[in-house]
Design a protein around this ligand. Structure first.
Ligand code: ASN
Length: 631
């Protein structure tokens, strides 16, 4: 059953049956970006029912958004979508004050589509089935949108964000979860700002993490916990700094971002193990209670111990029971009951756990520990030992590993330089402006050591320069293959778009650096060009007989049968212009000879009309062409 609220939405039943489709957004301007909003439920879209209780209202949020001037710019939608503006994507208005630094950075028009789940749920009713549904939808629409926002209830938001952070492997785009304490339908509510700021982040910044946007802050999802049942600043990440703060400026803490540092594509791990539990110790806990947690089918527990990871070391009965369960293969992950800080072996009462094989959960939140356990337990390819090792390892920024504090010497030098020359730069601006510039020059000089040095001084590879270009853009343009590989392994983002809407992949294609294109694609990069526009680019290359360019597009994942606005494929124009090598290449790649343009003409007709007998012969011998496949 499709919704009828005039939004571009999809309805999914709890069994996962899909009933409609999401309409993707073809961006036609460099000033636009696209975001998919997955609406799972929560107070943000609730109304009071006849019984006086808050419940989610189906098919209402989209209609409401269309009437909210701060969430939908009707004038822009009219100009952009014409007659279809009543059912088109929503358009986030842009900030009016043009002098703010972040209006220069966060300057794209965010066009967003709403995907509403059925039924909408209070998050207390959510289960891992919903986490899997959300992860699968992100996978399905990953290449079609620049970023994702999940509207969600606040009660179990930290669990969902933690679970998704593990399930979305090698994530390269922003996934922002948000909700609110009061409904968007209420005049005085936190919903508007939380939703709006989530859209700004998802549409303008590549923060390749699962985050929670709430109360003017952006947090790493798996570090976050709900702290307050009433306040608008309901969330906090006690053991990690916020990733961004929303004041007059949006300040992104680039140094804190966690990024995949492997060259692998985005994928979804959609299995979770439900045989896990949280066991919170308390004085005088009985052996029977502990034993109930350690029995099959339970395969892993998070033990919430006291203080810095302590248990009663005089309760030999409990310790022996835990040890026996661990010997049988159960995983026991130790986390503190304290909101802030980490477990350690400082006390004798803590060391005993380590001695009996309990795994350290460092400073993970209970939500992160439980969902990580649930995730790790489904990795069938890992032995129990490996699973324990991975639980102690930092997989998505969920725990703190003690690493040497980077020297700030470079930043300090920059600030003193700007002070000496009266540049009136505050340290934040100095770092934002100078680090990308210094990294860019290190790329031009092909100097990985200098890049390394700058990174340890606080620079970040995904921090864009004034043109929104990252060091990876520059390396891709300059053809510096080994530097590209080096930077990808340091977590450089493949999805950042510069002022001209170019991703690093566009740069590599434009300059025909085939090895770099392969590297980027292996790291999850993909072309984000509307099909007809891609068709035009391919036809332009074929008009020039530019086989190298066609190969660049092919390696980048383009369909060489894509037609332009007139229905012409690259093979049509190669025939028309008599480019034999180009036609041979396209035929070798399986391009269709029967594709018809708007006039019903095929490549064969083009060759005949152009009077190119040679080309007609070429087509006629197409069956013998399988050997010409050019790689
Ligand atoms: N009970 C609600 C939920 O988690 C609370 C909220 O969203 N503020 O869905």
């Amino acid at each position: 059953m499709a919704t009828t609220n005039g939004t571009l939405s999809v309805v999914r039943t709890r069994t996962g049956r899909r009933c409609s489709h999401v309409e993707t957004i073809d961006l036609d301007s460099k000033e636009e970006s696209s975001v998919l909003v997955i609406y799972s439920g929560g107070t943000i879209g609730m109304v009071i029912n006849e019984g006086g209780a808050l419940v989610p209202a189906s098919n209402a949020l989209g209609r409401h958004i269309r009437r909210c001037p701060f969430l939908h710019d009707v004038e822009y939608a009219k100009k952009r979508f014409g007659d279809k503006c009543e059912t088109s994507a929503f358009v986030l208005p842009v900030q009016g004050i043009k002098t703010l630094a972040d209006t220069k950075r966060a300057r794209r028009r965010v066009l967003y589509t709403l995907l509403e789940y059925e039924p909408l749920l209070d998050s207390s009713n959510m289960t891992s089935d919903e986490w899997i549904a959300i992860a699968e939808d992100i996978k399905k629409w990953y290449k079609s949108f620049d970023g994702f926002v999940i509207l969600h209830g606040t009660d179990t938001l930290a669990y969902s964000a933690s679970a998704l952070s593990f399930m979305l492997e090698n994530l390269g785009k922003s996934v922002v979860l948000t909700g609110s304490q009061l409904s968007l339908f209420e005049p005085r509510s936190d919903a508007k700002d939380n939703f709006l700021e989530s859209l700004v982040i998802a549409g303008n910044y590549v923060i390749p993490e699962v985050t929670i946007c709430f109360g003017r802050k952006l947090y790493r999802g798996n570090r976050t916990t709900k702290m307050d049942t009433e306040g608008f600043s309901a969330f906090d990440s006690p053991n990690a700094l916020p990733l961004a703060t929303f004041g007059i400026q949006i300040e992104v803490n680039y140094r804190e971002l966690f990024r995949p540092i492997v060259i692998e594509k985005f994928r979804v791990h959609s299995k979770l193990n439900s045989n896990v539990a949280l066991l919170r110790l308390f004085p005088s806990i009985t052996l029977q209670t502990v034993s109930a947690f350690l029995r099959p089918p339970i395969q892993g527990i998070v033990l919430q111990s006291y203080g810095s990871g302590n248990v009663p070391s005089n309760r030999v009965d409990i310790l022996e029971m835990i040890e026996a369960a661990i010997d049988e293969g159960l995983i026991v992950l130790n986390c503190s009951q304290c909101i802030r800080g980490s477990v350690s072996n400082a006390y004798e009462t803590g060391k005993v756990l380590c001695d009996i094989g309990v795994t350290s959960g460092a400073d993970m939140t209970p939500e992160a520990a439980l969902t990580k356990l649930s995730y790790v337990l489904t990795k069938d390819e890992w032995s129990v030992e490996k699973k324990r090792e991975m639980l102690e390892r930092n997989l998505r920024g969920e725990l703190t590993v003690t690493s040497p504090t980077p020297s700030m010497s470079e930043a300090v030098r920059m600030v003193s330089f700007s002070a000496k020359h009266n540049l009136e730069l505050d340290p934040y601006t100095a770092a934002n402006v100078l680090f990308p510039a210094l990294l860019g020059s290190a790329v031009l000089d092909d100097n990985p050591n200098r890049i390394e040095q700058l990174l340890s001084s606080g620079a970040d590879l995904s921090q864009p320069n004034v043109d929104q270009r990252t060091p990876l853009h520059i390396a891709c343009c300059e053809g510096k293959t080994s530097l590209v590989e080096f930077m990808l392994q340091k977590g450089a983002s493949v999805h950042t778009k510069d002022r001209y809407d170019h991703t690093p992949l566009n740069e590599a294609v434009q300059h025909d650096h085939h090895e770099i294109i392969k590297l980027l694609v292996n790291c999850g990069a993909h072309l984000m060009i509307p099909p007809k526009v891609l068709g035009e680019k391919l036809c332009k290359a074929a008009i020039r007989g530019d086989v190298t360019k066609l190969k660049s597009y092919k390696i980048a994942g383009a369909n060489l049968n894509q037609c332009d606005q007139s229905g012409r494929t690259p093979l049509h124009v190669a025939m028309l212009h008599g480019h034999k090598e180009c036609a041979l290449y396209l035929l070798g790649e399986g391009c269709r000879m029967d594709a018809e343009d708007m006039m019903g003409l095929t490549p064969r007709d083009y060759a005949a009309k152009a009077g190119s007998i040679g080309m007609v012969t070429l087509l006629e011998t197409k069956n013998t062409l399988h050997h010409v496949k050019v790689l």
